[in-house]
Structures are given as C-alpha cells and as structure tokens.
Design a protein around this ligand. Sequence first.
Ligand code: ZN
Length: 313
Amino acid sequence: MSTAFFSHPDCHAHDMGAGHPECPQRLDAIADHLLATGLDIALEHHEPPLATLEQLQRAHSVQYVMELKDLLERVRDEGTTKALDPDTIANPHTWRAALRAAGAAVAATDAVLAGRVDNAFCAVRPPGHHATRDQTMGFCFFNNVAVAARHALDVHGLERVAIVDFDVHHGNGTEDIVAGDERVLMASFFQHPLYPGTGAVPMGTNMVNVPIPPYTRGAEIRELIEQMWMPRLNEFRPQMVFVSAGFDAHREDDLGQLGLVEADYEWITRRIKDVADRHAGGRIVSCLEGGYNLSALARSVAAHLRVLAGVAA
Ligand SMILES: [Zn+2]
C-alpha cells in the first residue's frame, strides 16, 4: 500500500497576517509531527505543479478565474496585501500558493487514477471548501477538491465521484459548485449554527448534509455518519472518493465547538476507506481544509494518514 503526500514551499509563503488562524505554521506543525512520529517515511513525498487556468475553470467561472488572476498578480507585482473579505487576505505569494494547492489536488488525482499510488493527501493551503463558483471567502480562493473532482470526471471520464467533507464548517463553496451535478455525491457534517450559516437546507438531491449542534461529541457524530452517510455512499458506488479534510471539529480547536478527538478522525477515515475499498479500488484523494489548534491539527492529520497508509498506530 502506498500513500502520496503532496506539499510545497509555495503554500507556506501565503500569509494572511499576524494572528490569523489560517497560518503557515499549520503546515510546519504537520510536517514536524510526521517527522517526530516516523510516519513521514511511510509516505511518498511529492511536490505538485501549478494548476492551469483550464483546470480551475472546471469548477469556477471563467470570469472569476480571470478576475482573481488579475487581482492576485497585481498584489504580487505591487508587493502589497489585499483583503478580499475580512478573513481572506492576499499577499504577494497568494497567487502561486492558490495555484499550487489546486495543482496538488489535480496531481494527486492523476497519481491515484494512474495507479502510481493507492491514495493521496495534500497538505496545502490556502484551503478551498468555502470558495464558490464565483466567490472568494472564508480563507479560500480556489476550491481545490471541486477542481480535482471535476478533473476526475471531465478529463479521466469517471462517472461517479464522492466528496466527503468533515470540516467543522459547512463546505458551502463545494456545495455551490456540485449541487445538481448528479455525477457527484457530497456527504458532509458541520456544526450548525456556525460560519458560514449555510447547509441546513441542501441545494440538491446529491447533497447529504448533516448539521450538528454545538458541543456534540464523537460517539454521536459517529452514529450520525453511520446512519446518514454510509447508506447513501454505498448506494452511490463512487469510483473515487475525495475528502475535504478539515480538523477543526477537534475538541481543542477554538474555531468550532464540536468534540472530536484523534480516535474519531481515525474512525471516520476508516469508514471513508471502507467505501473506497468496496467501490472505488481504494482510490482516495484527501485535501487539507481547516484545523487551527496546531498540536491537535498535527495529531489528527497523523491519525488520518495512518489509516490511509495502513500503518498501525
Ligand atoms: Zn473549517
């Protein structure tokens, strides 16, 4: 069994300012913990290429991609910063980081579909699941997972892919892009109410949205996953599974109020892997979304990767 780990220094150079939770140190915390635990040697390390505009335009409108390109290139050339919303700030390195993050998801998809690796994790930033077809928001510029899912469908000719999102926040951007696209089944849970406030009413029959009240613990969330996600995922028989892997539902994470711990991420990953093994030849591409308590993030990513790589704890 082999698991690819995609990351790149460009993703580190995107910086939204002192005190911002979506910080470059998130990637350091993950890399340091993988080294300290020896898990890094179980992974195949890859540096991804930049996404192309054509790849981005499978999930975003041409106008959005071109306007964001103009804006972020101007920020780069002027050596300045620009707030696209109060939480989402571009610096001179953001354009390359955003292309690198989406490029990782695409390259991981190619590697898994070519059979070069069994599955892949992309330790990238900026994250993607709040980026809608036409809008930057919530720390996200391009929707990495949606770009990769459309790549699998439109370029590789897959007919059915699943997107599983376990970030504490609703993946409104992904829903905006894939709702109504019957080639995609999106299964998610998210704390509700919480930013961005969406998700309680699904936008399409291909959405399995599970809103969860604050202070819910792992045991109850596992039960909801078993009841709400698993029958739909198995009925859908995805040929590949994409994961929006946010770790901010951890009980040590201050951006949400859910109560997951590392053992829950291990369990969730195992259930996702069961679906992939049963229907999709084990093909999984997982992309980092949230997770802001650096220690909890690193431990949870390790728990996720141990299951993907088939390494005992
Ligand atoms: Zn989040």
